[in-house]
Design a binder for this molecule. Structure first.
Ligand code: ADP
Length: 543
C-alpha cells in the first residue's frame, strides 16, 4: 500500500451536531496523502457500541457528552480500545483539563474554534505515530521481559545440569580413586613376592618369566599411581602440604634418581642451579619432586641421542618471586598444534608413538594440576625433530626465603625502639637473643617460662613478644592463649625448633602472629622485626 492510498479511520464522538459536521468537513476536505473515513457518535454509549465493531485508527472526542463528562470518557474509551490513540477536542482552552486528559490516556488535546483546520490533521497524524511507537516500545519491552525470563529459566537449568555433571564427575573420580587404591594393595604383594621369587634358584627360562612378571607389574603400578593422582586431583582430594624445603637438596636428589636412566640411554644429563635460587622455599617437596621427575622421565623417554638439561633459577613475575625449573631435551619434539593437548588427560602428541614409547597420556595432566596446586605454572617450547623445553615455575614465599634475601643485621644496629618480652627457658638462648635485640636498640625483658610471662605482662607493657614454644611449667602455646584471654593485643612471635609445618600451624592456631625457627638467624630475625617496627633512618643514627 502506498502512502497515497492510506485511509485513516476516525470515530468522532461529540454531542454537538454542528461541531461534528465541522470536524468531519475539515477531515473529508483535507488535501494530501491521507484520506479520512469519519464515523460519528453523539454520545459515549453510542461510541462504546461502535468501538468494538470496527477498527478505528483514531478517536476524536469531546470532554462534555450528554451521558458522561470529563476524563472519565477518556478512561472508558481507552479501556475498550487501548491501542487506539485518543485526541480530545474541547470547547474551552483549559490547559489543566487538557493535561488531565493526557494523564488519563489521551495522546493530545485540541481546542475547537478558529484554526482547527490547520492543526487537526497534523495532530491526528502525530497522535497515531506516537501511539504506534509507544505500542512498539511496549511490545519490545514485553518481548525483552519474556526473553529475559526464558534466559533466567535456561540459566537455572544450565546451572542445575552443571551441578549434576560436577557431582557425577566427582563421583567418577572418587570411584577411580577408590578403585586404584584397591588395586594398588594386591599389586604391592605381586611385586613384593615377585622380587622374593626372583632371588630363588630357577632355570634361565623361569628367571625370564619372573622378570617379565615384575616389569609388567611395575609398569601397571606406575599407571595405577597416575590414575590415582589424577582422580584424587579431580575429586578435589589432593592436599598440598607446604613446608620449608631445601631446593638445592631437592635438585640433587632428583639428579641422582634420574641419572641412571639417562646413562642407560647414553644421554648426557646436565644439571645446574643458579646461585640466585634461594636455599629454602615454602612448597610441597613431594609434589614438586614428582612433577620434576615426570618432566625428566619424559625428556629421557622421548630422546634417542643428545642431552637432557635440567636447570633452576629465580625470576620475578608480576612483581612476585618464583623459582623456574627447566627441562630441555634434544628429542623428537612436539608439533605446535599438540602443545596444548598434551596437557589434557589421556592425550598423546602422536597416538602411534604409544606402542613405541608406552605411556598413558596422564603424566603431564597430573603434573600440570600438581604445579597449579603449588601456585605455579607449566609451559612448553618445542620443535619437531629438534627437541622440547618444559618450564615449571613455583612461587617462592618471601617469608621463608633465607640467606640471600635477608637483611644484614649490622645495618640495623641501634635503629629500633620498643620494649620486647623474650620468653625463653634456656639461659644461653636468653643471652644470645638479648644481645642481638639490645644491639638493635630494643629494651628487653626476660621471662623463663609461660607462667612468668603472664606475671610480667600484668605489670609491664610490651610492643612485641618472642615466645619459645617448648618450656617447663607453662609452654608457649598455653601462654599465648592465656595472653590473648587477658586482652594482650601486641604481636607474639613463636620461636620453633622444628621445621615441620605442622608445628607452624599449631603456633598460628594458638594465636601467634608469626614464627621464626631456631637456631635464630640474625638476618631472618631483623627481617621479621621489620614487619612490625619501622627502623629509624640510618643517617640519623650515624650523626
Ligand atoms: P605419557 O608420556 O604417559 O604418554 P604424558 O602426559 O607424560 O603421557 O605426555 C603426553 C604426551 O606428550 C606424550 O605421549 C608425548 O607424545 C608428548 N611428550 C611429553 N613430553 C615430551 C618430550 N619431552 N618430548 C616429546 N614429546 C613429549
Amino acid at each position: 500500500m502506498t502512502q497515497a492510498d492510506s485511509i485513516v479511520k476516525v470515530l468522532l464522538v461529540d454531542d454537538d451536531e454542528l461541531d461534528r459536521r465541522l470536524v468531519k468537513l475539515i477531515l473529508v476536505q483535507a488535501q494530501g496523502h491521507v484520506r479520512f473515513n469519519v464515523e460519528t457518535a453523539a454520545s459515549l454509549s453510542e461510541a462504546m457500541q461502535k468501538l468494538p465493531e470496527s477498527s478505528y485508527d483514531i478517536v476524536l472526542q469531546d470532554l462534555n457528552l450528554s451521558d458522561c463528562r470529563g476524563t472519565e470518557i477518556v478512561e472508558k474509551v481507552s479501556a475498550v480500545v487501548p491501542n487506539v490513540p485518543i485526541v480530545v477536542l474541547t470547547g474551552f482552552d483549559d490547559e489543566e483539563a487538557g493535561l488531565e486528559a493526557i494523564r488519563a490516556g489521551a495522546e493530545d488535546y485540541l481546542v475547537k474554534g478558529s484554526g482547527l483546520e490547520y492543526t487537526l490533521i497534523k495532530t491526528i497524524r502525530y497522535a497515531i505515530e506516537r501511539k504506534k511507537s509507544k505500542a512498539s516500545t511496549t511490545e519490545s519491552k514485553r518481548e525483552l521481559e519474556q526473553i529475559n525470563a526464558r534466559l533466567m529459566q535456561t540459566t537455572m537449568e544450565a546451572n542445575k545440569l552443571a551441578e549434576e555433571a560436577e557431582k557425577a564427575n566427582v563421583a567418577k573420580s572418587q570411584f577411580l580413586a577408590n578403585m586404584s587404591h584397591e588395586i594398588r594393595t594386591p599389586m604391592n604383594a605381586i611385586i613384593g613376592f615377585g622380587e622374593v621369587l626372583a632371588e630363588e634358584q630357577m632355570s634361565e627360562e623361569q628367571k625370564g618369566y619372573v622378570k617379565l612378571i615384575l616389569d609388567s607389574a611395575k609398569r601397571l603400578l606406575l599407571l595405577i599411581n597416575d590414575i590415582l593422582d589424577f582422580s584424587r586431583i579431580e575429586a578435589g582430594r589432593m592436599k598440598v602440604d607446604k613446608i620449608e624445603c631445601d631446593i638445592h637438596e631437592l635438585i640433587a636428589n632428583v639428579e641422582s634418581l634420574m641419572l641412571p636412566e639417562a646413562i642407560q640411554k647414553n644421554l648426557e644429563f646436565k644439571v645446574s642451579c643458579s646461585p640466585n635460587v634461594p636455599q629454602y622455599v615454602k612448597t610441597d617437596p613431594i609434589k614438586l619432586r614428582q612433577s620434576l621427575i615426570n618432566l625428566i622421565s619424559n625428556a629421557i623417554k622421548f630422546t634417542e641421542s643428545g642431552k637432557i638439561e635440567f636447570t633452576a633459577e629465580s625470576l620475578i613475575q608480576d612483581e612476585k618471586p618464583f623459582v623456574e625449573f627447566r627441562v630441555a631435551d634434544t628429542g623428537i619434539g612436539i608439533p605446535t598444534d599438540k602443545h596444548d593437548a598434551i596437557f589434557e588427560a589421556f592425550t598423546q602428541a602422536d597416538g602411534s608413538m604409544t606402542r613405541k614409547y608406552g605411556g598413558t597420556g596422564l603424566g603431564l595432566a597430573v603434573t600440570r594440576q600438581l604445579v597449579r596446586l603449588l601456585g605455579g605454572n607449566i609451559s612448553l617450547k618445542s620443535e619437531v625433530g629438534k627437541g622440547s623445553e618444559f618450564s615449571l615455575t613455583i612461587p617462592c614465599d618471601a617469608i621463608s626465603i633465607r640467606a640471600p634475601h635477608h637483611k644484614d643485621d649490622k645495618e640495623f644496629r641501634g635503629r629500633f625502639t620498643g620494649k620486647l618480652l623474650l620468653v625463653e627457658d634456656a639461659p644461653a638462648n636468653q643471652e644470645f637473643m638479648r644481645s642481638i635485640l639490645e644491639g638493635l636498640g630494643f629494651k628487653v625483658m626476660i621471662a623463663s617460662d609461660g607462667l612468668q610471662a603472664i606475671e610480667i605482662s600484668q605489670s609491664a607493657e610490651f610492643d612485641l613478644v618472642f615466645m619459645d614454644m617448648q618450656m617447663p611449667n607453662m609452654n608457649g602455646y598455653d601462654a599465648t592463649k592465656k595472653l590473648h584471654v587477658m586482652g594482650f593485643k601486641k604481636p607474639i612471635i613463636a620461636m620453633t625448633a622444628s621445621l615441620m609445618n605442622e608445628d607452624e600451624r599449631k603456633c598460628l592456631q594458638a594465636g601467634c602472629d608469626d614464627y621464626i625457627s631456631k637456631p635464630i638467624d640474625r638476618g631472618q630475625l631483623v627481617t621479621m622485626l621489620c614487619k612490625f617496627f619501622t627502623p629509624a633512618e640510618r643517617q640519623a643514627v650515624m650523626v
